[in-house]
Design a binder for this molecule. Structure first.
Ligand code: URA
Length: 247
């Protein structure tokens, strides 16, 4: 058995990964439905080293084990779904396997995208990683493609870059935001913080209105062209290094 990860009892590990209660997991094991490295594990009290390669080595009811804790993924968030565990209406979690909603530690979105914003959304069960990505001190750049109701007037880039723009109802100016004009009614903006409805409120502050908003990059991690809305992909260390360069 490979070593290195935390040791957890099989029943606790699988219950925390949403496979059922500890009792149900014990029954599954007794029924020969849990196989590690080709051998049936009948004793659910057996301690297992939780290493990232475990999904390739363990099968549950004949299927590969879900990714063990330390799971981070990117989702192409479609329009119309909400980044919340409990609000009404369709939630981003409904786009993931059912069992993943019962995981402990839970999967959470890394920041939020509005219901009417699409694009690259990260989810993780690693609280430390989540906070390192969303902290403004980390300066992780998030790029948004913005479509506007009215033509740009020309001074928006300078206003956003100034570091002095105050959003309505706030008393702390925004950190500088970069803007790249794509056409008279579309642009990229690059933020390093994530205030509530920030992009929509920035354009409202310069007399415009955002009609479509799509995030296509977090750090140097881009939303792949072949990841359709609603699809997700599990991230590895190389992807995470693009989001958050090693310290
Ligand atoms: N800014 C917004 O206004 N909405 C988002 O979803 C993200 C950034």
């Amino acid at each position: 058995m490979s070593k290195g990860g935390p040791m957890l009892r099989l029943d606790r590990l699988l219950a925390n990964m949403g496979y059922g209660s500890r009792r149900e997991v014990q029954q599954m094991a007794r029924a020969g439905l849990v196989v590690l490295d080709g051998e049936i594990i009948e004793d659910a009290e057996q301690r297992i080293a939780v290493t990232p390669d475990l999904s390739g080595r363990m099968r549950i009811k004949g299927k590969p084990l879900d990714p063990p804790p330390g799971l981070t993924l990117m989702l192409h968030k479609p329009l119309g779904v909400t980044c919340s565990h409990k609000e009404a209406g369709p939630l981003v979690y409904s786009l993931l396997p059912d069992r993943w909603r019962r995981r402990d530690p839970a999967l959470s979105t890394v920041g939020r995208l509005d219901k009417e914003t699409s694009g690259l959304l990260l989810l993780t069960d690693d609280g430390g990683l989540l906070h390192r990505i969303i902290s403004p001190r980390a300066h992780v750049q998030k790029r948004y493609h913005v479509t506007l109701d009215r033509p740009l007037r020309g001074d928006e880039g300078a206003v956003f870059a100034s570091g002095t723009l105050l959003l309505e109802g706030e008393d702390k100016p925004l950190l500088p935001v970069q803007m790249e004009v794509l056409s008279s009614t579309s642009a990229y903006v690059i933020l390093t913080e994530g205030r509530y409805h920030q992009v929509r409120r920035m354009f409202a502050a310069v007399g415009n209105h955002v009609t479509a908003l799509h995030r296509d990059r977090v750090g140097d991690l881009a939303l792949p062209d072949d990841l359709a809305p609603g699809q997700y992909r599990i991230l590895g260390d190389a992807d995470l290094a693009l989001v958050l360069p090693p310290r």
